[in-house]
Ligand binder design. Structure first.
Ligand code: 21W
Length: 196
């Protein structure tokens, strides 16, 4: 799967070089590219936002800069997702559905919103990760990428995908490893006779 991320803060995504997602990228199971929206500012001060029409607090990201950043992506049949507090809250069925896509483009806003006209033009879906206010769409984008990646063939063992899914009704259970006694507490007897 190819994932392009449109953001003003590409440095925030360095955690995607670690752990299971980092390994999946090394194995070329997922290709992630970061596009800095600021690189598409035509302004000499690299300005990307402006005051909102009609007044109000904060700033709004300009439509032309986002549009040019979007157009710089070679977009075959990509699905474009806008991480937004107004979006539909992410659930496991949506995660599974998205994992079947070939190409995702993920647009992240920050504090301020993005001019509605460019959203209307390029966005296929708006997704939120829950009912709380964050400072931007970057952490939500990483949540989405992490959850989708687990369903891509080869990223984790198929045994783990099935075992961890909430959808099949399996419950989480307490787990233990060595030492057999820790702070005077024994591992439950029933587990000790079982060979893994
Ligand atoms: C927070 C953006 C508040 C916009 C007038 C009209 C992406 C997020 C975000 C953020 C506003 C997600 C406004 C759960 C989240 C995100 C930053 C409000 C200002 N004024 N999922 N609109 N929570 N958050 N817009 O915060 O970008 S997915």
């Amino acid at each position: 799967m190819k994932i392009d991320i449109l953001t003003l803060f590409p440095e925030m995504f360095s955690s995607l070089n670690e752990s299971i997602i980092g390994k999946a990228r090394e194995k070329n199971l997922i290709e992630i590219d970061l596009i800095n929206i600021r690189d598409f500012s035509k302004d000499k001060h690299k300005k990307v936002d402006d005051t909102p029409y009609g007044g109000g607090a904060g700033m709004v990201i300009k439509p032309d800069v986002v549009y040019d950043a979007f157009k710089s992506i070679k977009s075959d049949n990509a699905k474009t997702i806008y991480m937004s507090p107004q979006g539909k809250v992410l659930e496991s069925n949506k995660v599974k559905e998205l994992s079947k896509e070939n190409h995702l483009i993920i647009l992240c806003g920050h504090y301020e919103g993005i001019d509605q006209r460019v959203l209307d033009e390029i966005v296929d879906e708006e997704i939120s990760i829950g009912d709380y206010v964050l400072t931007g769409g970057e952490l939500p984008a990483m949540v989405l990428i992490d959850s989708v990646s687990r369903y891509i063939e080869g990223v984790i063992s198929s045994e783990s995908v099935e075992e961890e899914s909430f959808s099949n009704g399996l419950l989480e259970y307490p787990q233990y490893t060595r030492p057999e006694i820790f702070l005077n507490k024994q591992v439950p007897q029933v587990l000790k006779s079982r060979k893994s």
